[in-house]
Design a binder for this molecule. Sequence first.
Ligand code: IYR
Length: 225
Amino acid sequence: MKKTFPFIPLDNYREYPLEEMRERLADFYADVSRRRTVREFSPRPVPIDIIETALRIAGTAPSGANLQPWHFVVVSGAKTKRRIREAAEAEEREFYQHRASAEWLAALEPLGTDSEKPFLETAPYLIAVFLQKYSKLPDGQKVKHYYPSESTGLATGMLITALHRAGLACLTHTPSPMKFLNEILDRPLTERPFLLLVTGYPADGATVPDIHRKSLRDYVSFVTD
Ligand code: IYR
């Protein structure tokens, strides 16, 4: 039997007068444009409710057929953070010494990254994001997910924005390959590790590379006819 959702009025929608629209966006832009990826973290604790609210925000992302094909594992335990650091550094050593092409290494050189990942133990939280290619109903039947990469990317973008709005810093870390996360975090093989979001306060005196964002005209074009 085919089921459809009942449709309800869009009661929560809000329209703003144009001036207010501009003001709200200008404020939001001023805030998000201060976001920087940080690689030096303070061990200062962050209450878990802050992370939970940010994850609720992530969970509002649009997704293919509303199947919400994501799972987030919030790691705060020292033992698990250490295991993740050890596994990630082993992969990263392979990457920097053998796997990365000369071209890739040249692209990373200005950022000064290497295989040492102390932040995986220093930061109070590692949020492992998993993408679900499909889910299973209680009877074991498979439910195919649509656009899982796009959907999980959207949810992760919202999470990063939410954490920034809370005054926290993060690092989108992608040790490659990341399969070790399934094992350490006990996630089924139907889930693909998407990225590891290192989250917390920046270390006192943290520095960031002096890089610049493209200007609007360099990444947007308009078609008006
Ligand atoms: N995963 C490696 C390499 C790395 C790759 C990209 I693309 C970056 O923007 C930064 C680093 C590492 O984390 O060092």
